[in-house]
Write a protein that binds this ligand. Structure first.
Ligand SMILES: CC/C=C\C/C=C\C/C=C\C/C=C\CCC(=O)SCCNC(=O)CCNC(=O)[C@H](O)C(C)(C)COP(=O)(O)OP(=O)(O)OC[C@H]1O[C@@H](n2cnc3c(N)ncnc32)[C@H](O)[C@@H]1OP(=O)(O)O
Ligand code: FAD
Length: 621
């Protein structure tokens, strides 16, 4: 119950739906079969939403977790980007017009921003929307090959609507990137409308159940009312007006998804992988620990614990951080709606930084879980390949991770510069206003406070040094842009250190808030392990300025090893506590009943390659 809160009833409802749990095995399907099967489940999901009166986004998410285990469906971009952008950027009239249809799935939309030539550099996008006051239409056009829209999920075959990000031109003047609601396909025939060339972009690393697509505009007209006009308006005569608000409001959909990805993608993905690897390690027996004794569970090998328990601690940390990230998003977004935009830069920085930091850590962690499962981990039956390919997409979409770390670093440099000029920082960066202590107080007790302080010191020092290096590069004659580029590796590391500190701090605050002493003690062990592993893996950062000494590092190592034995008796319970149903895990190795071998054998017998009547058989005969 530490995790699920109000979600359980919806999950149980979804689990009662036969169509979700049963059916053909994903691993034995071709891409087209996977896509079709997902569409069948999408339709059933939509019927369930009506039947169970599911409107709230969070309620639907619980349901989706069962309906689409370890994959993204075309509903992801629809409910995660299309509807939120309508709500956040549309005028009241526009919201009334489109949101109810979208929520009832009468129209299906996606978010159409990236182009063949540009994804990261949003200001480099080329699609144009030119206003024609005579027809009161915007004419959308793809002027170059590189301006063809590329990647939007659901665009290839499914969606009949999209929000297209395009450069607004009025009377020859470029007003920058704006969002437009565009009908793409006929609501009767589902054929693309004349003036649009569109389709699926082909097979990918993962995301088989999503038809990421391309779209080329050939002077395609849409009504004036289709520009989302909450913040900027184009009047009938072509007059452009805008509120004196931050132009970055049109990037709001990206902040939303980045804030959600920490929990939904990184937290869930790593927690599932740990559940599989730790349960399997309690079932699998191999080799000898002691002569003439039964083979031990592989989870009893210290090296196996050393591989998996730090990842378990990380899974808890990312999960808690993801929950906190969601809370912060909704809090700051409410403030923004009431006209208080002061915390937008911080929200952008922390959502960019944490999205990058946690998806990278989770991808790396999921792969390590696979390696920890030996040969069977390499089989699709482990469920780990599917979890990995979907989670690792999070390192790229919604802002490539290095680019996101640099956005976070940009904010940190601004704040640090302000501190130097006497400004007081607040929120997630308030520590930058504190004096940095030069010696570490870490003792063999390893209190959570002393561990968090060590990460604070590391982050503050690395941010300070990145800033000073930037200044030195400029002082030696480099222009600001070159200086930034020449410092960018250092900047990304400073941003990572900031995010790492944030994650340790969140974990520490969760532990402190737990009332049950037994649970508190177990969580404290995990939090200590997370922090100690972070120190050891990045020990150079902690000893570089003499903050930690060799004796303290030795203590860190000793404590890390003793924690492995302390965590061992609770390890399986700690993954059971995530409460993933077998349907959600999609893994034979991670089955709750532990009946691994019998089911692996049954599964292998079902593989299509074993069917007697096929071309392979004839060729081999
Ligand atoms: C509900 C969903 C739940 C779960 C999700 C689950 C599954 C996901 C499923 C499927 C995947 C779904 C969707 C994927 C969809 C996509 O990928 S959509 C496309 C996303 N594209 C990107 O993210 C592009 C990345 N690029 C950018 O964001 C920007 O262009 C940039 C940040 C790189 C811009 O860099 P610059 O050119 O430097 O910036 P600028 O535009 O000139 O900005 C100057 C100042 O503005 C600040 N800033 C930048 N972005 C924002 C922002 N979003 N909000 C607030 N402020 C911003 C920037 O920091 C500068 O500030 P200064 O004060 O320093 O000047
Ligand atoms: C599964 C998936 C789903 C997607 N869904 C959608 C969608 O629904 N809608 C949509 O519009 N888009 C979507 N996208 C596109 C996605 O948002 C972009 O691919 C992403 O933002 C990265 O941009 P890019 O492809 O231009 O990468 P690039 O910018 O070309 O990245 C390539 C390399 O260049 C580096 N680089 C680029 N710029 C800089 C810089 N300024 N400083 C340092 N290094 C830099 C990067 O770090 C990276 O190593 C999706 C992508 C994927 C993979």
């Amino acid at each position: 119950m530490l995790f699920k809160g109000g979600g359980l009833p919806h999950e149980s409802l979804a689990l009662q739906e036969k169509l979700f749990g049963a059916g053909p095995d994903y691993n034995f399907m071709t891409r087209i079969e996977r896509f079709k099967n997902s569409l069948v489940r999408v339709q059933h999901f939509i019927r369930c939403c009506a039947r169970y009166n599911l409107h709230d986004h969070a309620d639907k998410k619980w349901f989706e977790g069962v309906a689409f285990p370890n994959e993204v469906s075309v509903l992801g971009p629809h409910s995660g980007m299309f509807i939120p952008t309508l709500k956040e950027q549309g005028s009241e009239e526009q919201i009334q017009k489109w949101v109810p249809q979208a929520e009832k799935h009468q129209i299906m939309g996606t978010y159409i921003q990236t182009e063949l030539g540009h994804g990261t550099f949003v200001r480099g996008l080329e699609t144009t929307a030119t206003y024609d006051p005579k027809t009161e239409e915007f004419i959308l056009n793809s002027p170059t090959l590189t301006s063809i829209k590329w990647w939007p999920g659901g665009l290839g075959r499914t969606c009949n609507f999209g929000i297209v990000m395009a450069l607004l031109y009025i009377d020859g003047k470029n007003y920058g990137m704006h969002p437009f609601v565009v009908q793409l396909r006929s609501l009767k025939t589902h054929e693309p409308l004349p003036g649009l060339t569109m389709g699926d972009i082909g097979p990918k690393f993962g995301f088989d159940t999503v038809d990421n697509g391309y779209l080329q505009f050939n002077h395609f007209g849409i009504p004036r009312e289709n520009m989302l006009m909450k913040y900027c308006q184009v009047l009938k005569n072509g007059t452009y007006t805008k509120q004196t608000r931050n132009p970055k409001f049109s990037y709001g959909a990206m902040i939303f998804v980045r804030s959600m990805v920490v929990y939904e993608v990184a937290g869930q993905g790593l927690a599932k992988a740990c559940t599989i690897a730790i349960r399997y390690s309690a079932i699998r027996r191999q080799s000898e620990l002691k002569k003439s004794r039964p083979e031990p569970q592989i989870l009893d090998y210290q090296t196996q614990q050393y591989k998996l328990f730090p990842l378990l601690a990380l899974a808890y940390a990312v999960w808690f951080t993801g929950v906190r990230m969601k809370e912060i998003y909704f809090m700051v977004n409410n403030e923004i709606k009431q006209g208080h935009t002061e915390r937008l830069p911080e929200l952008h920085a922390i959502s960019s930084g944490l999205k990058a930091f946690t998806t990278s850590m989770a991808s790396w962690g999921i792969e390590r879980c696979r390696l920890a499962c030996g040969g069977h981990g390499y089989s699709a039956a482990s469920g780990l390949p599917k979890i990995y390919v979907n989670a690792t997409g999070g390192c790229t979409y919604e802002g490539e991770n290095t680019v996101m770390l640099l956005q976070c670093a940009r904010f940190l440099m601004n704040i640090y510069g302000g501190v130097k000029n006497g400004r007081r920082p607040s929120g997630s960066v308030n520590y930058l206003g504190e004096r940095i202590s030069s010696r570490c107080t870490l003792t063999s007790e390893f209190t959570l406070k002393s561990l968090a302080d060590a990460f604070k010191h590391r982050a503050a020092r690395m941010i300070k040094e990145a800033s000073e290096r930037l200044n030195r590069l400029q002082a030696s004659g480099n222009d600001p842009e070159d200086s930034w580029n020449l410092n960018s590796v250092v900047l990304t590391k400073a941003a990572e250190a900031h995010c790492h500190y944030y994650m340790v701090l969140v974990f520490e605050s969760v532990v402190e808030s737990v009332e049950d002493n037994c649970v508190k003690d177990i969580l404290r062990q995990l939090c200590q392990l997370l922090a100690l592993c972070g120190i050891q893996e990045n020990s150079g950062d902690f000893i570089q300025d003499g903050f930690l000494n060799n004796d303290q590092l030795e203590l860190v190592k000793q404590k890390q090893l003793s924690l492995l034995s302390e965590i061992r008796p609770n390890a399986v319970l700690l993954v059971d506590a995530f409460e993933f149903h077998d349907v959600q895990l999609g893994s034979i190795l991670g089955r709750f009943d532990g009946n691994v071998y019998e089911n692996l054998f049954k599964w292998a017998k079902k593989t299509p390659l074993n069917k007697p009547e096929d071309l392979i058989h004839r060729l081999l005969r």
